[in-house]
Design a protein around this ligand. Sequence first.
Ligand SMILES: Nc1ncnc2c1ncn2[C@@H]1O[C@H](COP(=O)(O)OP(=O)(O)OP(=O)(O)O)[C@@H](O)[C@H]1O
Ligand SMILES: [Mg+2]
Length: 308
Amino acid sequence: MIKNTVLEIRQVKKYFKDVKAVDGITINAVEGEFIALLGPNGAGKTTLLEMIEGIQYPDEGEILINGLGWKKHEKELRAILGISLQENHFIDRLTVREVTELFGSFYTLPIGRIDEVLDLVALTEKQGALTKNLSGGQKQRLALGIALLNNPKIILLDEPTTGLDPAARRNIWEILEKLKKDQGITMILTTHYMEEAEYLCERIIILDKGTILAEGSVHELLQQFDLSEKIVFVSDKTVTREMVPDNGLHALTQNENTYTLRIEDISSYLPSFLAAMKEYNIQYSSLECRKMTLDDLFLSLTGRSLND
Ligand SMILES: Nc1ncnc2c1ncn2[C@@H]1O[C@H](COP(=O)(O)OP(=O)(O)OP(=O)(O)O)[C@@H](O)[C@H]1O
Ligand SMILES: [Mg+2]
């Protein structure tokens, strides 16, 4: 089934004096797609998202949502978008329900929609609480609920789980997964967390300094850059290329007494590796086996870690 394109971002640029916040980005999203914009501080995620949201305007390039642009179709676009900003400020003296109703008053909502949304984001029990007394996770769920009030076709979420503990993060993920399954909603979210991008999104767009470094599914990204699996060990004895097995070995690198083997497949490599180390009487003070991650990819592309 061919899915409709719902978002077209064409060669968009936004500069602030000499800062190239967004420097020529092109993205197409189809209906029902979950896309993550992953990148470190200052990568341009918020600027890009705010241009999609019609909060900022591109210096160059064009953004179309369902084929419509912000200049002529603001009303139509507001009706189909749900937005949650990087920082949420609710009015402290209002309750969860009052804040939700306040935002709801911007739209013509069907009867019962407020209850429905509070239920969806699991805040029914908290509806009488003042917003200033909510936990971080509850505040983020409230922000998500507000973004969902108008039953949007597309949601744009700027770091919806930053600063949350793993359980609160998972709560948000579950709500988003449900929206995908039940309503086929399209989502673009920004995040610093590779696990979040990996878990929720079929397409990950890695941004740095206003440009796209790489994009694809996790699997595609890791394959594209030949990031297989790795064994890292620390040894005081010198280990050379001749001492380690060849089967599926991509590279052996050394940084002081830490050695990294990039290999095709850990499970088939490890037994022969251990046998070889025994043969050469190599002792290791630590040994770690793992698959490469998006953070490794980011490090190999930029020399920096995602969360530096
Ligand atoms: N209004 C502005 N005036 C000047 N510079 C800006 C403005 N907004 C953003 N920038 C700069 O543009 C770059 C991109 O900022 P942006 O907020 O889009 O990054 P981000 O990827 O969302 O970062 P973070 O992960 O920290 O939220 C940064 O260098 C930032 O300092
Ligand atoms: Mg940001």
